[in-house]
Write a protein of this length. Structure first.
Length: 255
């Protein structure tokens, strides 16, 4: 193809694409300024400076399971200490976290009974609706959009034992922090499940120099909910003591 032909084609394509581009911008501007904003977004926008902890974990574990009870206790400690909790809103460990948060918030020794429990629910044909312990629920059709909302809200992340979804959410958080798209926040891995995962990271990507040592050091392995709580609370104290200097995700990772 000659240069003249290529230039003419490029000019034509630019003109052809200009109208859809303007239309897209108009639609996007309408979406951002429309009064038809979900209650979820209104609450997040009116309370942007709360400390929120995102908890990932399996939907399959039931009450009575030791991991379920660990996550429930962790969320109870977070709720009693006035922190918000954000989960996927479903059953299993998500339910444990939302339930535990409510119990902690209602504890007579709670420091802030206005803290909230979020459920970012994904629409699936084979999974139940959001668990009944969620204060604020928002439904998503796509996992990708849901993950971005997790990141938008997170001031700390706790990864409890889980399957493919939990691994994906952990990897997404880790990558965004690695490339500095999100703030430097604690990524806490709770439970023995993660020991083999971290050993694999050491033996393969780290050993082969596919990761930097500082990337590996972003992860905190803990074995109990009390240890997880101490890591998260250390970050919360920085948030309380220096709110103007604390990096908040809603500013860093805008939707």
């Amino acid at each position: 193809m000659s240069r003249v032909t290529a230039a003419a084609l490029s000019s034509g394509l630019n003109k052809f694409c200009e109208y859809p581009r303007r239309l897209f911008k108009t639609v996007l501007r309408y979406k951002r300024t429309s009064s038809d904003v979900s209650p979820f977004r209104i609450i997040v926008m009116t309370e942007p400076d709360r400390f929120r902890v995102v908890i990932f974990g399996s939907a399959r574990l039931k009450p009575g399971d030791s991991v379920y009870e660990q996550v429930r206790r962790l969320a109870r400690l977070l709720g009693r200490d006035g922190m918000d909790v954000v989960t996927g809103g479903g059953p299993g460990l998500m339910e444990a976290a939302n339930l535990g948060h409510r119990e902690g918030r209602e504890d007579p020794h709670s420091v802030d009974d206005s803290s909230k429990s979020y459920g970012l629910n994904i629409k699936l044909p084979f999974e139940e609706a959001a668990n009944p312990h969620v204060d604020i629920k928002h439904d998503f059709d796509r996992f990708s959009e849901r993950r971005d909302h997790f990141m938008h809200l997170a001031n700390a992340v706790v990864g409890a034992p889980g399957g493919v979804g939990t691994l994906l959410e952990l990897a997404y958080t880790w990558q965004l922090m690695q490339v500095e798209h999100i703030c430097n926040i604690p990524i806490v891995l709770l439970g023995d499940m993660w020991e083999d995962f971290l050993r694999w990271v050491q033996d393969w990507p780290l050993e082969k120099q596919l990761l930097n040592p500082e990337d590996y050091e972003m992860l905190f392995l803990v074995r109990t909910c009390d240890e997880a709580f101490e890591v998260v609370r250390a970050a919360q104290r920085k948030f309380i003591d220096n709110p103007d200097d604390f990096c908040l995700q809603y500013r860093q990772y805008k939707l």
